[in-house]
Design a protein around this ligand. Sequence first.
Ligand SMILES: O=C(O)CCC(=O)C(=O)O
Length: 273
Amino acid sequence: MQAKGYARNTPRMPFDLHRYESAGYGVVTDAVPAHLLTAMGAWLARAEAAALQCSAEDQARDLVFEKDLPDAGRNGIPATEVGDALFILGDLCRYAPQFGALLQLPALVDACAHALGSTGLVAHFMNATTKHPGFGRAIGWHRDFPNGYLSGTDSRFLRVMVCLDGMAEHGGATRFLPGSHRVDDGYATAEKRGGGKHRYAAHHGVAAECAPGDLVLIHPKVVHGGPGNTSALPRRNVIVQVGVAGMELVGERETVTGWPVALQPQPAASPSS
Ligand SMILES: O=C(O)CCC(=O)C(=O)O
């Protein structure tokens, strides 16, 4: 699919395991069929509207409003200028179970199976992360393993960003430090316990620029982050954490936790007459 606003300048790319293993992230282009991409935009708008009607308790659990976060992450744009814009809508399948369809998306299932070396995979969580045009916030440098939200007890998981709008350099594209994932789990855990902060400039590393309908796979130990969205276009990603089935998890469960990440069995062909 051709990017709207973000022109594709690379040929169509399937999942490249070698690249993922050496860099710690990978882009799968043209992964989401056009009809699903269009549907996701509508599901997300409805999910956000439904979430904004929820109780204060539900909102405190699942919603992260831009206005509640520090102005510094928005290049100083004050909270009074961002209305009720949502940065993160968590537990996405609670508000729009249709997003469960992503767990059967062939390109996503295939890439996760190759990256994790297993076909027995489950979802951990799914959220929508939006960097709004002009003020969508920067995300600090970090590794996903271990994380304080919902982490595997070891690093046999990854995150997939399903990019609704694509990601451009000035649109707040996620940036990576290629190769930084090559540390063992003990190192990453000790680093986290020690409060280890990765202090790099917002435009350090390499931007994962991509088109709408592309996937970006994030190794759980690669250092990544990203600057704010200073462009005039939104940057909406659905983020799915996927792990090897049976792994112990630490953190709150979501609606989608434990749902299989697998191709749906095809109906048996009818016998020819
Ligand atoms: O939305 C992004 O740019 C990155 C998301 C991220 O850092 C994460 O889910 O770990």
